[in-house]
Design a binder for this molecule. Structure first.
Ligand SMILES: [Zn+2]
Length: 257
């Protein structure tokens, strides 16, 4: 019989699924091990052992064991480090945090660890604790996530002729190519997205901007909607599906200004 080794790590709860009568299958994004899925035996019954720790985006301290990297982990203990009460009291913030967590889940393969992704979640949840995320901040989260996970869109120059972005020019974003084409190189198809130099420059600036300054960036409506459809379209293309939590968040943001 192989000995199971216990591991300790900090992890954000990505999701939890009911399993059988009393168990939960919980997925975490951990600092040291990346994404981990594990079974919490008796979690639905034992309020004492696992007191409301498995809510999405909670930061927890986990002790788990598993036979090998691909096996489902056995969650031995789990305690809350931060439940993010200030976020949970506010519907819009909760939906934004859920979107961030959903994206992190979709873009993280099991077993591959990426400390930058863990730090990105920590930074943006800390921001949401203090204030509501601006439209720009949500786009910058997407840009940072794409960069960290190896899907950064090429926005600094035309993908084909390599001419750097010029003020006032208009570009076409091709999800399939992962970048922009200048007017001379583009042969836009029906669903290709046209983007202005202003949109491209703002997204490039925001992806490396200081967190404090980032949430102060105000995007005019035209630029905001271009950025939104470009990035969300690209994310849908990369994942091969729509991210459901995006729609819910956007509807609430629209009706509760
Ligand atoms: Zn070109």
């Amino acid at each position: 019989m192989s000995a199971r080794e216990s591991h300790k790590t900090a992890g954000f709860v990505l999701k939890s699924l009911s399993y059988g009568e009393s168990d939960l299958i919980v997925t975490f994004y951990s600092r040291e091990f990346g994404k981990i899925s594990g079974i919490a035996k008796g979690a639905k019954r034992s309020k004492k052992r696992f007191a409301n720790v498995f809510e999405p985006f909670s930061l927890t301290h986990i002790i788990f064991s598993r036979k090998n990297r691909d096996a489902l982990a056995f969650i031995e203990a789990c305690d809350i480090i931060d439940h993010y009460a200030a976020i949970r009291q506010d519907l819009e913030k909760t939906l934004t945090a859920s979107y961030f967590i959903d994206l992190a889940d979709h873009f993280s393969p099991e077993g591959k660890h990426n400390e930058n992704l863990f730090a990105l979640l920590a930074d943006f949840l800390a921001l949401l604790t203090k204030e509501t995320a601006s439209e720009a901040a949500i786009r910058f989260f997407e840009m940072r996530l794409l960069k960290i996970t190896g899907f950064e869109p090429a926005l600094a120059a035309c993908v084909r002729c390599k001419t750097p972005v010029t003020n006032g020019a208009s570009y076409t974003f091709l999800p399939k190519e992962g970048g922009i084409f200048c007017a001379a190189c583009a042969r836009p198809q029906r669903y290709d997205q046209s983007v202005s130099a202003g949109t491209v420059r703002t997204l490039l600036l925001g992806k490396d901007m200081d967190m404090e300054k980032m949430n102060r960036v105000c995007m005019p409506e035209g630029l905001a909607s271009e950025s939104r459809s470009m990035l969300c379209g690209f994310i849908t293309y990369v994942l091969g599906k729509e991210v459901k939590s995006l729609k819910v968040m956007e509807q609430v943001r629209r009706y509760c200004p």
